[in-house]
Design a protein around this ligand. Sequence first.
Ligand SMILES: Cc1cc2nc3c(=O)[nH]c(=O)nc-3n(C[C@H](O)[C@H](O)[C@H](O)COP(=O)(O)O)c2cc1C
Ligand code: SF4
Ligand code: SF4
Length: 261
Amino acid sequence: MIESENFIPGNSENPGKNKSESNAVCFYSETGETRRIAEFFAKETGYPLTDITEKGIAKTKVKERETFYYDNLVLCFPVHCQNIPGLVRDFLSVSKINNLTVIASYGKMNHGNVLYEVQKKYRKNIKNIVAAAYVPAKHSYITGDTSFNDICVPEQIVKKIKNPSGIILPKLKKNPLANLFPKLRSRTGIKIYKNGDCNRCGLCESSCNYAAIKNGVTNNKCIRCLKCVKICPESALSFKPTFFMKKYLEKKKITDTIIYI
Ligand SMILES: Cc1cc2nc3c(=O)[nH]c(=O)nc-3n(C[C@H](O)[C@H](O)[C@H](O)COP(=O)(O)O)c2cc1C
Ligand code: SF4
Ligand code: SF4
């Protein structure tokens, strides 16, 4: 059980300083895998489903962001370069949560230690972590990889969400190099190409959460999430891993679902 002296969470009777959303399933998902996991939890719990990028997190300056209050929150996000994605860190830093269930999807390569990091780094904002899991999913960079299957997520997690009590997450081993320039690593490992079918419709620019593309040409803010490649209506964008990334992606896969309840 985590106790935080200063934190009085919002709930349906006490909405707190700002708007309390009480119970919710929130997710961050660029290519749809984590969204599928979040939809599973929304269906099982009956909580409303929200994309955290629709909360203005991505396009608002840190100081101007409002605080979000939750009584019971299920938060689903993908592991990026063995780390918590920046937009999820931003969301957690402006959220006050009574009971958090945290689900990290990963592309079967390496999930790092992100669940422990959520508990440790945001302990002032989270009263209890009630359940957590690493769930294998389709890797954004592997064509034809298999998607998340909801039989991977046992009923116990849903039961625990409905009867919450705090748990302490273990610290797992993490490659010390994982924290070194993660965005640069993915940017140099994946190339994005534009073909002549681009009609400059602007959809990639308006959809990108990182202001990293204009008319199909990426800039150095790009994290290689591949959302633009997926959504381009003209199929004008494609990607290719570089030699070293290809070798890395050929490594033996981990397919474990690890659950903490
Ligand atoms: C920038 C980036 C970095 C990633 N880093 C890792 C990683 O370190 N380990 C891993 O197993 N999967 C990694 N993945 C794969 C994603 O975690 C996985 O494909 C996830 O299902 C994508 O979720 P989404 O479709 O909801 O965005 C990475 C994907 C991206 C786009
Ligand atoms: S979404 Fe596709 S067609 Fe539209 S501007 Fe981007 S690359 Fe070009
Ligand atoms: S430009 Fe980069 S960050 Fe933006 S959607 Fe495309 S791959 Fe993702």
